[in-house]
Structures are given as C-alpha cells and as structure tokens.
Design a binder for this molecule. Structure first.
Ligand code: COA
Length: 152
C-alpha cells in the first residue's frame, strides 16, 4: 500500500485533474459528450456516492466512475496512473465502490474490458470477477456527436 494514499468520493471540482489523468492512460477512450464537464456534472449528480478518486497528496492518481440505475451498477474509466500501479490502489478503489454499492442496495456490477487489454483483464480476474464469455455487447448510438477519442 502506498503511504499517504487516500480514496474518496469524486466531486465535480475534481474534473480537470481527473480528465488529465484519463488523458494520460494509454488505450483509454474519452467521449466528447459523456466525458465533458457537463456530461460529468450530470453523471455525478445522478450517482453522488459511487464515483471515486485515489489521491496522493493533492494529486489524483486513480479513478473509477460507477453508475447505478436501480438494477445494475456499471464501472467505467477504472484507472491508476502508470507510476503508481501494482500497489493495490486499483483494488482499494474497487473495494470502496463495492462497499458503497452494498450500502445503497445494488446487487451486481458490469463492466466492459477490451479483449486486447491483457493487464486490465488480469486485474479483474485477480479480483475474482466473472468473465461472461456467453455474452455479446450491443450498442445503439443515440447521439453521433458523442465522439470517442483514443489516447495513444
Ligand atoms: C488495471 C489497473 C486499474 C490496475 O491498477 P493497480 O492499482 O495497478 O492494481 P492493483 O495493484 O490493485 O492490482 C491488484 C491485483 O491485480 C493484478 N494485476 C494488476 N495489474 C496487473 C498487470 N498489469 N498484470 C497482471 N496482473 C495485474 C495483480 O494480481 C494485482 O495484485 P498483486 O500486485 O498483489 O499481484 C491499472 O493497471 C490501469 O490503470 N490500467 C490501465 C487502464 C485499464 O486497463 N483499466 C481497466 C479497464 S477494464
């Protein structure tokens, strides 16, 4: 465990630092509408207690977005800054969100991991999450302006 590391609920004042973190994560997609200040304001308002950041001092070094729709919870943008990985920060953030989801009565969590993301998939398997090989993921675009930009 990294000394001085802290996990807390994310608020909209964290937005610029969290966006910078996301932009530093290789392989992450940033969506022009969903990940904008307005998009994140809406998301945090709807999900006030299930989004978290990990901090080292004032620096944001990790994040999880989690939305709960009353039936299922979904994780997005699970990340830890490269130089702080392998110190259980990802696991600690996941545990924090799980605790909060249990407090509000959620029963299960889903997330998407790209098949090509070897480290990400190993992480979820290490945490004993179940890979649903029998499922296909479907998407229907409602707003084509919500452009997905890939970090390189
Ligand atoms: C996935 C990610 C969030 C893990 O964060 P982390 O803080 O390094 O993870 P933890 O230290 O909590 O790891 C917990 C366990 O998961 C496993 N694990 C984590 N990263 C791993 C890797 N790169 N390769 C293999 N196993 C890994 C390990 O077993 C680890 O326990 P150990 O270090 O005691 O062996 C981080 O690597 C990351 O931000 N990756 C880029 C973004 C991403 O892929 N997100 C997931 C999208 S689905």
């Amino acid at each position: 465990m990294e000394s001085g590391m802290n996990v807390r609920i994310m608020n909209i004042h964290d937005y610029q630092k969290v966006l910078s973190l996301w932009k530093s994560i290789e392989g992450f997609y940033i969506r022009s509408i969903d990940d904008s200040f307005e998009g994140m304001s809406k998301f945090l308002e709807r999900n006030p207690s299930t989004n978290v950041v990990a901090l080292q001092g004032d620096e944001i070094i990790g994040s999880i977005l989690c939305g709960y729709d009353g039936r299922c919870a979904y994780f997005y943008h699970v990340c830890v800054k490269k130089e702080h990985r392998h110190k259980q920060i990802g696991k600690r953030m996941v545990d924090f969100v799980i605790q909060e989801l249990q407090n509000i009565g959620a029963t299960h969590i889903n997330l998407v991991a790209f098949k090509s993301n070897e480290a990400g998939n190993l992480f979820w398997q290490e945490l004993h999450w179940t890979l649903k090989e029998e499922l296909n993921l479907y998407e229907y675009i409602l707003n084509p302006n919500n452009i997905r930009l890939l970090n390189t």
